[in-house]
Design a protein around this ligand. Structure first.
Ligand code: PLP
Length: 428
């Protein structure tokens, strides 16, 4: 076995066998990644040694839990080039995107003044209504389409989208859909289907030119390439713990500090307030303002540990290694009869999420056949129907890489896939 940037021995699950005792070949990290022992240990230590209510008690456990919770925020912030108060815990990218969409409709419904614009930004920058436009792209996961569709339906604003070219990359000739009516541009950093890396700089520039905000869905970039939100110049971003070797049930919203300060809350309850009377409530500063109720504390600590683990390995190293595996996979798949890659066929400017259609074989059959060989891949529409519509298919099979995959696993996957059409007797 070749050396992987994330040592395989760190991941207990990778040692298990699957069907008929075959070794597990896990090529589904785009859906959810596996977790190293360090992350499992961090969550367990929280549960077995330090569990206490965060920021609510005067006892030692509460103090330890609160410190660990905030340390995790610092770790995650450092990982993506942000300040700790620019990181809001959420249950995942989906919740982080909904948080901003609902907060925007609260402003649009006249609640922009519920937070004092103490330091600069006028909350009405978040207000949308008839005549205003939200722009997204056809490459998005449903989590970065539907919250904006619903925001438009609630407020009377219009949804537009950037289209894609034949390879599934964002077609820059459609950038003019970002115009002076645009209030926000929400787009993915990396497509979970095509693996294409979006032209962030051009989109941010187009948005800035017309005074629109930007929201980056970084779910599929943060685990695979170095990401610095300040450098990218985006206003908001979302990413999920479980896709970056961390636990499920936790993720983060990044927001530029002055924007978060001007954004009203979208969920209300404990831990997000300053003063409550029966008549009126004033809200805490971010990030607490957006963390109503009891948060998934152990999971946040696990996500912090995952961020440290990835940082120690080095995201440059992971990106280089995964690019090499992707090149190897694509070089074989592009030559294979009856296989159509749904995304760029070259390895440059893309990651290792490789979706493909097999001529004459349904993706579920492909998935089951590969599963019988011990290979785990994703099948279906991957919560991204519009990009499948763009490619003219209902569904696809997707192999997606993580920093623990080996060259041998990629070769075994390629050899197995080469047998699929013969097995289902659809060879040319
Ligand atoms: N955005 C992209 C690009 C994704 O790939 C996913 C998950 O597959 C999501 C958003 C939603 O992430 P979560 O289910 O962790 O909220």
């Amino acid at each position: 076995m070749s050396a992987t940037p994330a040592p395989r021995g760190d991941f207990p699950i990778l040692a298990r066998t699957v069907r008929r005792g075959l070794p597990l070949v896990y090529l589904d990290s785009g859906a959810t990644s596996q977790r190293p022992q360090r992350v499992l240990d961090a969550v367990r230590a929280m549960d077995t040694q330090h569990n206490g209510a965060v920021k609510r008690g005067a006892h030692l456990l509460a103090e330890e839990a609160s410190e660990a919770y905030e340390r995790a925020r610092e770790q995650v912030a450092a990982f993506i080039g942000a300040a700790p108060d620019e990181i809001v815990w959420a249950s995942g990218s989906t919740q982080a995107i909904n948080l901003v969409a609902y907060a925007m409709s609260n402003v649009s419904a006249g609640r922009g003044d519920s937070v004092e614009s103490r330091r600069g930004v006028d909350p009405h920058v978040f207000s949308v209504g008839p005549g205003d436009v939200i722009v997204t792209t056809r490459a998005e996961h449903h989590a970065n389409i539907i919250p904006w569709q619903e925001l438009c339906l609630r407020t009377g604003a219009t949804l537009r989208w950037l289209d894609l070219d034949a390879e599934g990359r964002i077609d820059l000739s459609t950038l003019d859909r970002i115009d002076e009516h645009t209030k926000l541009v929400a787009f993915t950093h990396v497509s979970n289907v095509s693996g294409a890396i979006s032209p962030v700089a051009q989109i941010v520039e187009a948005a800035r030119k017309v005074g629109a905000l930007t929201f980056l869905d970084a779910c599929q970039s943060v685990p695979h390439i170095p990401v610095d939100f300040h450098e990218l110049g985006v206003d908001f971003a979302a990413f999920s713990g479980h896709k970056m070797l961390g636990p499920t049930g936790i993720g983060a919203l990044y927001g530029r500090a002055e924007l978060l300060r001007a954004l009203p809350p979208y969920q209300f309850g404990g831990s997000m307030i300053e003063v409550v009377t029966m008549e009126k409530t004033t809200y805490a500063d971010p990030p607490a303002r957006f963390e109503a109720g009891t948060m998934p504390v152990a999971q946040a600590i696990g996500m912090g540990e995952a961020a440290v683990y990835l940082t120690e390995i080095g995201m440059d190293k992971i990106a280089r290694y995964e690019a090499e595996l992707t090149r190897r996979m694509l070089a074989s798949l592009t030559k294979m009869p009856g296989i159509r890659i749904l995304g760029p066929e070259g390895e440059s400017n893309r990651t290792g999420a490789v979706a493909f259609a097999v001529d004459g074989v349904h993706p579920h059959d492909v998935g089951q056949f590969l599963d019988s060989k011990g290979i785990a891949v994703r099948v279906g529409h991957h919560c991204a129907q519009p990009i499948h519509q763009h490619f003219g298919v209902f569904a696809s099979t997707r192999a997606s890489l993580g920093p623990y995959n080996t060259v041998e696993e990629v070769d075994y996957f390629v050899e197995s896939l080469a047998e699929v059409r013969r097995y289902f007797r659809v060879e040319d």
